[in-house]
Design a protein around this ligand. Structure first.
Ligand SMILES: [Zn+2]
Length: 323
């Protein structure tokens, strides 16, 4: 490859995606995807290695660096991941494996952090100084960009809005907490609560079905979106009060419901946010497609967008700064 390029990887419980990206302009090349195997940890790794090879092989040279977005929880200090939705990976040394496979320094980040950085640099978050990116799908994830830098925290889990408390007396959450944003605003919890309230959804109903019902005027479906918007607004107010944010960008599958989720979130936010520094925050929907946002963020990290991220070189235990 004549132009220096980085490799961006986005790992999900259902699909994995990868693309080469220009080191300077951050533009993505063709995006290659594959299904995430349901089998053992080795099966998942073999599939990921095949995807990386398909992306980098035959290009006349490997990537200058690799950026990887992966669902949490993770430990970026150790370079290991334990994604809830990939049971075969528990404490899996993803950073070392990719570094060994590609020979390039590898930066690891939570997938929602990557998506937040992608939105900030290339999407609906452009122009903001500090921004919260929220991914609303089967769970609720998030990432914080503060003063232009992705803030990951010591373990890489910062910005995880889904497990901020929106209802202190609320339902137990699979995380072990109670009343988390995710128990009200994730796609499956929205569907579950609408069904409990009497909505007659199709068998195996999804958030997309619920959005169609809400658009057709179903009161239970509209109430589910209102409840989700209120939970998201609560989390956004918390984050904005603590970090003085000027934008919150909502992405993920549920964001495709458009105004059905944006309007209640904005309305409840205006009810909760009293101070002028909170009220200047704008809440917008993503302008990028999936997995574009996460891949752009991963590419940006690999190209040096995460000045605080440490990367591990091919020599075990030898750490250097991101390129
Ligand atoms: Zn939780």
């Amino acid at each position: 490859m004549t132009v220096p390029a980085v490799l961006a990887v986005d790992i999900g419980g259902t699909k994995m995606a990868a693309a080469m990206a220009g080191l300077r302009n951050g533009r993505l090349g063709p995006v290659i995807t594959t299904m995430t195997p349901r089998g053992s940890g080795d099966d998942v790794w073999e599939s990921l290695a095949g995807l990386i090879h398909a992306c980098t092989g035959g290009a006349g040279g490997g990537p200058a660096a690799v950026g990887v977005g992966c669902p949490g929880p993770m430990n970026t200090e150790a370079g290991t991941v334990s994604p809830v939705n990939i049971p075969g990976w528990r404490g899996f040394p993803l950073q070392a494996r990719i570094t060994e496979f590609t020979g390039a320094p590898t930066v690891l980040a939570n997938d929602a952090c990557c998506a937040a950085l992608g939105e900030y640099r290339h999407g609906a978050g452009r122009g903001a100084t500090s921004m919260l990116g929220i991914v609303v799908s089967t769970g609720v994830g998030g990432g914080l960009v503060l003063d232009g830098r992705l803030y990951q925290g010591p373990t890489g889990n910062a910005g995880h809005l889904g497990h901020a408390v929106a209802d202190p007396g609320g339902d137990p959450c699979p995380c072990g907490g109670r009343g988390c944003v995710e128990t009200l605003a994730s796609g499956p919890s929205m569907v579950r609560r609408a069904l409990q309230a009497g909505w007659r959804g199709p068998p195996g109903a999804t958030a997309a079905d619920l959005a169609r019902a809400a658009a057709a005027g179903s009161p239970e479906a509209l109430e589910a979106f209102d409840r989700a918007g209120r939970a998201l607004a609560t989390g956004i107010v918390w984050a904005a009060a603590l970090a003085d944010l000027d934008a919150a960008v909502i992405g993920g599958g549920v964001a495709s419901a458009g105004d059905l989720i944006l309007k209640p979130t904005s309305r409840h936010f205006r009810r909760y946010a009293g101070l002028s520094y909170l009220r200047r925050l704008r809440i917008v929907l993503t302008s990028l497609r999936q997995p574009e946002a996460a891949l752009l963020g991963a590419a940006s990290l690999a190209a040096g967008g995460g000045p605080l991220s440490r990367v591990r070189t091919a020599r075990a235990g030898d750490e250097t700064r991101a390129p």
